[in-house]
Each structure stands twice: as C-alpha cells, then as structure tokens.
Design a protein around this ligand. Structure first.
Ligand code: ZN
Length: 248
C-alpha cells in the first residue's frame, strides 16, 4: 500500500500539478492532503477542485477554517490574502465541502493532523519541540490520540522527520529530489512540508511517499514564475510572491 501525502498547497496550482505528476510516476494507491489547500496563493478554486478530484482523504487547515469562521488570529498580510480567498470561494457547494472537513483523522494506524496533537488546527510542530515532549503529549493530552506510533503533520511548511532520538532534515545541503528513511517500527512523526509555499529554505514543492515501512521525502521543481505573475495580477501582497522565490 503506497500513500502520497501533500499539504499546504495554498492556492499554488502550478506547484500542485507538478507534484501530482511526480506522484503519478510512483503509482500510489492513495493521496492524502493535510490541509491549507487555499490561502495566500492565486488559484484557490482550481486547487480545491483538483484536490477534491485526486485526494482520497483531505483535512481542514487553519486557512479553510479562516474562510468559514474568520481570521482574527492572522497577521495583517495573511488577512488581506484570506479576505481575497474568501471572495473567490463564495459558492454554497464549496463552503459546504469546506465545512465537512476535519483537522485530525486516524488513517491506517497512523494519526493525521494539520497542526499538532496539542491543537490539530492552529499549533505548530517545530524542530525546537523535543520529540520526547511530543510523545508525552500524544500519550496524555487527548484520549482519542493515544496509542499511535506514527503521526503525519502539515502546517509548519517544513519537511523533516522527528523520532525519539532526534530530528532528521531530509534535504539539508543537497539537491537530491528524494531521501528515504526506514521507520522500523519506531515512533516517529513526519512533517511533510509544503507544496505551494515551502519555508525550509528549499523552494521546491514538497511531498512524502509512505509505504507502511518507510517514508520518502520528495522535492519537485515547478515554474514558480507562473504563480508569481498570478499573485501580481490578483493584487495579492508582494511578500507572498517573494516567499516562493526564496523558500522561506
Ligand atoms: Zn499553511
């Protein structure tokens, strides 16, 4: 059973199409999206339509939540973007679909969350968090999160693997498009990075392949100038275009 994980597409259709083309080369059985399909980027409708068509399971991210419930916690620039995004998504069918999503799900023995186990919608898993603390939280905080060996997270836009002994950054200092790690039944969480707005210093789109025994981190090049031009055309903040060019 091969599962592809994508997350934080953020309205970047060109990046999403490039990632799906790469996923298709690997003949996966299912595709899972960990949320934030919309927000920041210029093509939220197109990305939602493609995710609905291609993904077997989709989580709610904090940006979908902001479209439905408002964006008080957002920075001023993020709020400009979410206001614009909400205008694009004014459609009863789309809003009904977004309302049906949840920020955490159990999936084939693993736990999937958009944010973290402390708060599946808003909290971030960061490298500064000790893995030990993470597992203590898994064991104590939420009755329904107990007993999981493996947790997949999005939201932080950074690709890395956290285990009980520390963190591994798959692409630090090298350009290889993929890096594979065997899990060997150890407890781990897999931060799968962002398709549409990476912030780990690697501007290529990120996705992860999981086959039940190993995780393989993938990075994919795409024509980011197309998205940059569309951000300008839409009148979205310049900062959102700059981020794509630097991957920060
Ligand atoms: Zn995000």
């Amino acid at each position: 059973m091969k599962t592809a994980f994508v997350s934080d597409i953020h309205g970047n259709l060109t990046a999403l199409e490039a990632v799906l083309a790469d996923i298709d080369l690997h003949k996966v059985d299912e595709i899972v999206c960990l949320g934030d399909t919309v927000g920041y980027g210029p093509q939220p409708r197109e990305c939602l339509a493609l995710v609905r068509k291609r993904c077997n399971l989709v989580l709610m991210g904090n940006h979908e939540n902001a479209v439905l419930n408002g964006a008080e916690h957002f920075t001023p620039l993020a709020r400009i973007a979410i206001d614009w995004t909400s205008q694009q998504l004014r459609d009863p069918d789309i809003l009904r679909y977004l309302s049906s999503l949840r920020p955490a799900k159990k999936y084939r023995g693993a736990l999937l969350v958009h944010g973290s186990v402390r708060d599946p919608l808003f909290d971030y898993v960061r490298e500064a968090d000790s893995p030990w603390m993470f597992y203590r939280l898994v064991q104590t905080l939420r009755e329904d999160f107990k007993g999981f060996e493996l947790c997949f997270v999005g939201h932080n836009h950074r690709a890395f693997l956290g285990t009980e002994v520390g963190y591994i950054f798959p692409h630090s200092g090298d350009d290889s498009p993929r890096t594979k790690f065997h899990l060997e039944n150890q407890k781990a969480y897999v931060s799968i990075g962002s398709v549409g707005q990476p912030r780990d210093g690697d501007r290529r789109a990120s996705w992860v392949l999981y086959d039940g025994e190993s995780v393989e981190f993938h990075r994919v090049e795409y024509d980011r100038q197309i998205t940059v031009d569309l951000i300008h055309e839409a009148g979205l903040p310049e900062f959102l275009a700059d981020r794509l060019l630097y991957g920060e």
